[in-house]
Design a protein around this ligand. Sequence first.
Ligand SMILES: Nc1ncnc2c1ncn2[C@@H]1O[C@H](COP(=O)(O)OP(=O)(O)OP(=O)(O)O)[C@@H](O)[C@H]1O
Ligand SMILES: [Mg+2]
Length: 284
Amino acid sequence: MSIKFNQVYYTYSPKTPFENEALKNINFEIKEGSFTCLVGHTGCGKSTLIQHLNGLLVPSSGEVVVDDYVNTKKNRKMRRKLRDLRKKVGLVFQFSENQLFEETVEDDIAFGPQNFGVKKEDAKLIAKETLKLVGLDESFLKKSPFDLSGGEKRRVAIAGVLALKPDVLVLDEPTAGLDPKGTKELLAMVKNLNDSGKTIILVTHDINIVYEYADNVIVMDNGEVVKIATPSELFSENVEKYSLETPMIQKVTNMCFAKGLKLDINKIKNLESLVDEIAKVRSK
Ligand SMILES: Nc1ncnc2c1ncn2[C@@H]1O[C@H](COP(=O)(O)OP(=O)(O)OP(=O)(O)O)[C@@H](O)[C@H]1O
Ligand SMILES: [Mg+2]
C-alpha cells in the first residue's frame, strides 16, 4: 500500500487573524513496507502532516493518496470511506497513554475492534494476541491501565492501535519521556513490526534513532519538506543547515575516517556494528 502526498498545503484557521500555513507544497511517496522517519525542529509541521495520513486533517489543497483512498477537499464522496482508511493507517499520538480510559487493559485494547463491529469475545482474543505483539504478557490483561508504568502504558496504547491490524503504523514521538531501556524496547518492537511487513512512519527528535532504524528520512523545515534521503546520504552532509545534529555514531565514524580507518559506512548502524567494523579493519 503506497502513500503519496501531491502538492499538499494546509492552513489552520484560514481567513482569521490566527491563519497559519502549516504545510506548504508537500510532495513525496512512501513505499510499502518501508521505515520512514520524519524529522525537523519544533513547530515545523510534522504532527500536522501525519494527521493527513488517516484523514484527521483534510488538505486545504492538494491530495494525499493512501492506496485507493484519496484525501482531498474536493473529494467529498471519499469521506464515507474514512473508516476504511482509519483501519489501514493506525496513528499513535504523542503521549498516547493519556488516551487510555477503560477499566482494564483488555477492555482498552478490545475497544477499537468492537467499534468496528467485532464481537466482544473475539475482540478479547485480539486484545490477548496484540498484547503479545507489544511485549507484554497475559497477566496485564486484567490490570487497570492506570496502575502501569509509563512505558507499559504506552505499549498498551500502541496495542490499542495495532488491534485494528493496520498496514501502516504512524507514531508521533513514541519514545518521548521514556528511559533508555524503555526506548530501546519500544524501538525493537517497532522494528519487529516493520520486519513483519508493516509500513512504519515515525516522527522523532532523536537523530540517533533515525540513523539506526530508518530506510528513509523526510526532513521538514517551516512547513516544507527540505530533504528526502537515506540516513547515510543525509548524514554525509552537514545537517546543521536543517537544524539537525549529526548522530553520535556518524561523529565517531568520521573520527575513525580522520585517523585513517577505512570503515564500510554501509555496515554501521549502531554502536555494536561500529565496534565490529573497527575490529574487522584493525585485524586486517
Ligand atoms: N490546532 C492548531 N491550530 C492552530 N495552529 C496549529 C495547531 N496545531 C499546530 N499549529 C501550528 O502549526 C504549525 C505546525 O505545528 P505541528 O504541531 O505540526 O509541528 P510539529 O513539527 O509537530 O512540532 P513539535 O516537534 O513541537 O511536535 C506550528 O506553527 C503550530 O503552532
Ligand atoms: Mg508534533
